[in-house]
Design a protein around this ligand. Structure first.
Ligand code: ADP
Ligand code: MG
Length: 701
């Protein structure tokens, strides 16, 4: 069968070199197999025939039976068209073509009965169908019979060459008739029978020509399962190989540094969730296996503290640790927070960012090598080749969804033996999506906020209500609180966005004049020294208002700031809005998030704003985000390491199948980790077929 599926599409009945080239170019269909796996995007019930008297332009696609009475042309120039009067025993409509005139008049002889399929429209008070699909009645009866007619995506170019959805369906019929043998199974018989799956041969035939809904559902399920199962099997096998291949450093003591910090410096008691997560991490670090753990916790849940305590364990065992953050502002903040938390404890911490000066780089490099440096905090600068550790034992990546796979893989290589890895994220993603994106990581969740937090109140105002909003800000500032005002920054139009920021700055400085008020500003184009100076003014409470672009989106922790104003909120995605809102509500005071927008809102933008005002629950927001945008756009999805496009399954919507497939994959790998059993050879072959092109991206996740 591989031979058959690999046959060049040129050899299919109905496809010549020219059509082959088109299929190639437009749909990337080169072989019989490619065509067979080109699945319909929807189905139309073709059992129903409409009468012409029943037609009206509000109907979707309809099917009618009748005869062409005759052809004539109408209009001039670009509007010139071929028209046919088409009639059944209840009335007559016009069929209209703007191109392909010669082919039409030659193919469809007046007087013969035809089946016409298309979307009714109206022109000059007459019902018409533009560019209908036409088929001879007798031929329709011969066609591989199927009540549900598969609809295939095509392109303009294909349609111009008459490769319509209908034509593709015809080719599919030719292919399936030519496939006069059963395609061998791609899953072991024990899976197919135990889970009551349709076999692959039947599924592939029925997905194109289902006889009814029940059959279609079984075929779809089988093909989705197959796709998702191999993805999960690949992840689980990778994870199992990794844990067999790499021994982890054993951090057996919890020593002086940790205890000293815990008993003397810890500014508050840990939440139960933080304690639970620390236990999970300690267990990993002492196990002799290399840790690969994801720490998920909503904004403000206290992940930094967990990171610090984990690093202290590494240090207590004679190792170095590093913490990487996606922005300079956040790296800076971590450096400040951590040095302060370690006050009086003899641990050497340094900060390395793109703007670190040569001399400090040199000092850092030397102390990394001679192992006198314990903790290195920084940005992407950490992964530069020149940064070499003497004895790196633990790598922590904060806001990991902001990093690419390669960047993370580089940190892994900083040590002869792979260090323990902890990646942290506040981007809540639905659990089943996480099974694919972070499928090779063990997951810890902080599912509780520190005590005394008051949920942020979110309000929406139109630009015209700005004065009211300013009044509100004044009263909060009078109470000693601070305010963020954030402007969008979209790469494509940086100029315009800085203009937004500049205009905003003008407006706000006028409404909040010095010396009564102090306003500071931070954006990506500033030098790091200036950025840090602005942040310092705000952090130390000297500035009342911080005007910023999204450089402050992740991680920034300034509990006295209780108001987040988001300008042009309609231009932000949901996960960004949630992250930005997470900058407030970090203390015990009531905090507010104010979404400003213009009056004109798209339906989607209105939905996003509505969700934000209704809930603070990151997971609920993530679910909505997934539904609005689909999984492809969710931050982090691009890193999922699936080297092919999914043809039928949907990582967002098929969560149940993912979970089911994952359980089965886990069962198989725990029994037969290397897929050596003869009944599993078919799986090993499937993985090779699907993933052989995959790079070793996934050394780290
Ligand atoms: P995130 O999980 O978003 O990174 P942070 O680590 O920045 O959150 O913590 C948010 C705030 O909560 C910080 O000001 C931190 O000092 C505080 N915090 C962390 N843990 C606790 C705790 N157990 N009790 C009280 N406050 C805490
Ligand atoms: Mg954080």
């Amino acid at each position: 069968m591989p031979d058959f599926l690999d046959t060049n599409i040129t050899y299919l009945q109905g496809v010549g070199p020219k059509r082959a080239e088109l299929l190639n170019k437009e749909l990337n269909i080169n072989t019989f197999g490619d065509l067979l796996w080109y699945f319909p995007y929807k189905y139309i019930d073709r059992t129903r025939f409409f009468k012409i008297s029943e037609l009206d332009p509000d109907l979707p696609f309809v099917q009618i039976r009748g005869v062409i009475k005759g052809y004539y042309t109408e209009g001039h120039g670009a509007g010139k068209r071929l028209v046919a009067d088409f009639q059944d025993d209840t009335g007559s409509i016009k069929l209209v073509w703007f191109k392909g005139v010669k082919w039409i008049t030659q193919s469809y002889t007046p007087g013969t009965e035809f089946i016409v399929f298309g979307k009714p429209g109206v022109f000059n008070g007459m019902i018409n169908i533009i560019h209908p699909e036409i088929e001879a009645s007798v031929k329709a009866a011969e066609r591989v019979s199927s009540a549900l007619q598969a609809q295939y995506n095509t392109t303009e170019n294909l349609k111009n060459h008459f490769l319509t959805s209908r034509a593709l369906s015809k080719l599919m019929g030719n292919l399936i008739r030519q496939m006069n043998f059963r395609l061998p199974e791609t899953l072991p018989g024990y899976i197919v029978s135990k889970h009551n799956l349709m076999d692959i041969d039947e599924a592939l035939r029925k997905i194109h020509f289902p006889s009814g809904n029940a059959e279609l559902e079984k075929a779809r399920y089988r093909l989705k399962f197959e796709e998702l199962f191999f993805i999960q099997l690949n992840i689980i096998r990778f994870k199992s190989n990794r844990s067999r291949k790499f021994r982890g450093f054993v951090f057996s003591n919890v020593g002086d540094n940790f205890n000293n910090f815990y008993f003397n410096n810890l500014p508050f008691t840990l939440t139960d969730a933080q304690k639970k997560v620390m236990k999970e991490i300690r267990k990993d670090l002492g196990s002799g296996k290399q840790m690969n753990r994801l720490l998920q916790g909503d904004v403000g849940s206290g992940k930094t503290l967990v990171a610090l305590m984990s690093m202290l364990i590494a240090i207590d065992n004679g190792y170095q640790a590093c913490l990487m953050a996606p922005t300079e502002i956040l790296a800076n903040q971590h450096y400040q927070t951590i040095t302060k938390l370690l006050d009086g404890i003899n641990i050497k911490v340094r900060l390395l960012t793109g703007s670190s000066v040569r001399t400090s780089r040199k000092e850092i490099s030397e102390s990394l090598q001679d192992k006198s440096l314990d903790i290195l905090i920084g940005t992407h600068a950490l992964i530069e080749d020149s940064v070499k550790f003497g004895r790196l034992g633990l790598v922590i990546i904060d806001e990991q969804h902001r990093f690419g796979v390669e960047q993370r893989a580089k940190l892994w290589q900083k040590s002869l033996n792979p260090p323990h890895i902890l990646v942290m994220t506040a981007t809540p993603i639905p659990r089943t999506l996480a099974m694919t994106i972070y499928g090779d990581l063990d997951v810890s969740v902080i599912d509780e906020l520190p005590p005394g937090r008051v949920p942020v109140k979110t309000m929406h105002f139109f630009d015209s209500e700005r004065n009211k909003v300013f009044g509100f800000l004044r009263s909060r500032i009078a109470e000693g609180r601070q305010v963020f005002v954030v402007y969008p920054l979209i790469k494509e139009s940086e100029k315009m966005d800085y203009k937004d920021l500049e205009d905003g700055w003008d407006t706000i400085s006028r409404a909040f004049p010095a010396p009564e008020y102090c306003v500071s500003v931070v954006h990506g184009k500033m030098t790091s020294a200036l950025k840090e100076e602005s942040m310092r003014l705000f952090r130390e409470g000297q500035a009342d208002i911080l005007i910023a672009t999204t450089v402050i989106e992740v991680g920034v922790d300034i509990p006295n700031a209780t108001v987040m104003v988001i300008e042009s909120a309609e231009r932000f995605g949901l996960s960004q809005l949630h992250q930005l809102r997470g900058r407030v509500g970090r203390g015990a005071d009531q905090s507010y998030c104010i979404l400003m927008s213009s009056v004109k809102l798209s339906k989607e933008a209105a939905t996003r704003i509505e969700i934000m005002t209704e809930t603070n629950d990151g997971f609920e927001i993530a679910e909505t985000d997934l539904q609005l945008r689909g999984p492809g756009d969710i931050e982090g999805t691009m890193q999922s390491g699936i080297p092919f496009d999914l043809k039928i399954a949907n990582l967002g919507k098929d969560g149940q199948i993912i979970e089911y497939a994952r359980n089965i994959a886990e069962e198989i790998i725990s029994r037969d980790p290397l897929l050596e059993e003869s009944s599993n050879q078919i799986l090993a072959a499937g993985l090779r077929r699907l993933f052989s092109k995959q790079q070793s991206w996934s050394n780290i996740s």
